[in-house]
Design a protein around this ligand. Structure first.
Ligand code: HEM
Length: 543
């Protein structure tokens, strides 16, 4: 064991002699606490390990020295080939890696290289770093600056910042939050989150959202086949429910998605949203030819975005008239118009449509599927719901009395996170897992891998909602090991609305039906949401 004096000398020598960065090495406490899942309250700014003061100054608590920070070149990961980089690895049949099955690809990357894996040499994309260690994810999130940069859809970026620059760039703070960064994002986010994340913003929609859920239940009753099974395009029906619910929240209107008329504004919006989702996956995941010339698919995509924008604008007009005639606001849209102006309200609604429909509907498809495999879980939810509601309609606060239902939703998100990974493009050089990661690298947090590994969750492969109800600290998992809605300044802006919608629809479905599944078990794939791969043919037996 080194003496305290020699440790200080060692550190000073290393600080002056190291080429890669000016960051000094840090000291490890001898009690072993630094290597756990739980990050202590004060951590070494370099390695993220336990420290009582800035290291290299007060060494009184330390008796060993962390190794110096290693360079980016030393991060383990698959080696890129000359010219082909690592892109070839994602070529079907040849490469062995798959975007559609990035879950499995990342699991094997972790097994082969460890908790921090470099994926360099992806043609047309910045280098990536996959991080599978919950403590490191926490450190990156907690260390982010005032305007974190989330890598996001380049095609949408192009739409907002180049093609429709006249609209989105007209005012400094009016570009929205999706595919927007820096001061412009921060100004917009501040305005919108004040309203969208306020206490009660979601709760005010409890009754209308539950009416939409009732309409959905009625709809599925009618479309079941003679075996009481949902049709092959059941996911499409769930999309309609999701759009109808979001129409209420973002546009203050019932779109009548279950029976919209051909040519109506609702139908135009439904078609545009569908086209957007059809195209966005292709544009983002396949070779980006649209960057060279406007492909047919890119033209459809732009037309769909134009439609969504024009419909949202027309609803903002209506909200303005309402406010003028009533003198006060009574919905999220009207609150946004009042607090931030009509343009911000329209762009906020557009962003909600772009990211709030597919996420929620695929999450619900996944939850219903998982529940249909577990009759005993459904029974427990049913019991809980019946006890709380006792036959009356839902009202704000009811779901808070349904911890088991909420735990089931969390458990599905842990095992099958609909947004399989999240990320940040580093805005400064950052040390992650002891490596110096350069600014500009895309750091990807793999929710799926972290949620499904034993290091973070015991019996990770078992569906155990009870784990979310445990109170004892020894039974608790690392809070950053499952983050389905992200974290920090850029976390999901619609989380409360999404949860309201999801809890409500699950509550209603379990109240109405016993759900069963009698077909081959479904694998999950990225499409671009992480979702069961195949028709969701649930047998719905009336209770
Ligand atoms: C199951 C449903 C949903 C899931 C799993 C989900 C997940 C996420 C995640 C992981 C992020 C990135 C957070 C981060 O970078 O830390 C995000 C961002 C966002 N979500 Fe959601 N989301 C869902 C539903 C919704 C809904 C219904 C809305 C709108 C009503 C919405 C609006 C947004 C917006 C606007 C952002 C961007 C925030 C920003 O960049 O400032 N989301 N969501």
């Amino acid at each position: 064991m080194r003496s305290r004096v020699s440790v200080v000398k060692w550190s000073i020598k290393n600080i002056s002699s190291r080429a890669i960065s000016t960051t000094p090495p840090c000291y490890q406490a001898s009690d072993g606490l630094e290597i756990g899942n739980k990050l202590p309250s004060r951590s070494c700014p370099v390695h993220g390990q336990r420290s009582r003061s800035t290291h290299a100054i007060d060494t009184s608590l330390f008796d060993t020295v962390c190794p110096p920070v290693k360079s980016w070149e030393e991060v383990p990961g698959p080696k890129p080939l000359p010219f082909l980089g690592n892109t070839w690895r994602f070529t079907p049949y040849i490469g062995g890696y798959s975007v559609e099955h990035i879950d499995k690809t990342c699991m094997s990357l972790r097994a082969q290289y460890g908790n921090c894996v470099k994926m360099a040499g992806l043609l047309g994309r910045p280098d990536m770093l996959f991080v599978f260690d919950a403590s490191e994810v926490e450190r990156v999130f907690r260390g982010e600056d005032s305007s974190p940069h989330r890598p996001s859809m380049p095609s949408l970026n192009y739409y907002k910042h180049t093609l429709r620059k006249d609209f989105f760039g007209a005012e400094e703070d009016c570009a929205g939050v999706i595919a927007v960064h820096g001061d412009s994002w921060a100004a917009f986010r501040t305005k919108v989150s004040r309203v969208a994340l306020s206490a009660g913003a979601a709760a005010q929609y409890t009754v209308p959202v539950s009416e939409v859920a009732d309409a959905f239940v009625q709809r599925v009753r009618e479309i079941r086949n003679e075996k009481f099974e949902t049709p092959d395009d059941f996911l499409n029906e769930i999309h309609k429910w999701s759009l109808e619910s979001l129409g209420l929240i973002a546009l203050d209107t019932r779109l009548a998605c279950f029976d919209a008329n051909e040519g109506s504004e609702s139908q135009r919006l439904i078609d545009a949203v569908n086209t957007f989702f059809l195209c966005v996956g292709e544009l983002e995941l396949r070779a980006p030819w649209w960057r060279l010339y406007p492909t047919a698919m890119f033209k459809r995509y732009v037309a769909a975005l134009d439609t969504i924008l024009s419909v949202t604008l027309s609803h903002v007009e209506k909200a303005l008239e309402e406010i003028r005639s009533r003198g006060s606001s009574k919905s999220l849209l009207q609150d946004l118009v009042t607090a931030a102006g009509p343009r911000v309200a329209a762009v906020a609604a557009l962003d909600m449509f772009l990211v709030g429909i597919d996420t929620t509907s695929n999450a619900v498809a996944s939850i219903l599927y998982q529940l249909s495999l577990r009759p005993e879980v459904q029974e427990r939810i049913h019991e809980e719901v019946s006890k709380v509601l006792q036959g009356r309609p839902m009202k704000p606060g009811d779901v808070n009395q349904m911890p088991y239902l909420k735990a089931c939703v969390k458990e599905v998100f842990r095992m099958y996170p609909v947004v399989i990974g999240n990320g940040r493009q580093l805005t400064k050089d950052t040390v992650i897992s002891g490596y110096n990661i350069p600014k500009g690298t895309q750091v990807i947090f793999q929710h799926y891998v972290m949620g499904n590994c034993e290091d973070n969750f015991s019996d990770a492969s078992q569906f155990r909602p009870e784990r979310w109800l445990q109170r004892s600290p020894t039974q608790r998992h690392h809070p950053f090991a499952s983050l389905p809605f992200g974290f920090g300044k850029r976390m999901c802006l619609g989380r409360r609305f999404a949860e309201l919608e999801i809890h409500t629809i699950i509550c209603k479905m379990v109240q109405a039906f016993k759900m069963e599944y009698h077909h081959e078990s479904m694998d999950y794939h990225v499409h671009p949401m992480y979702t069961p791969n195949g028709p969701i043919r649930l047998k719905l037996i009336e209770r």
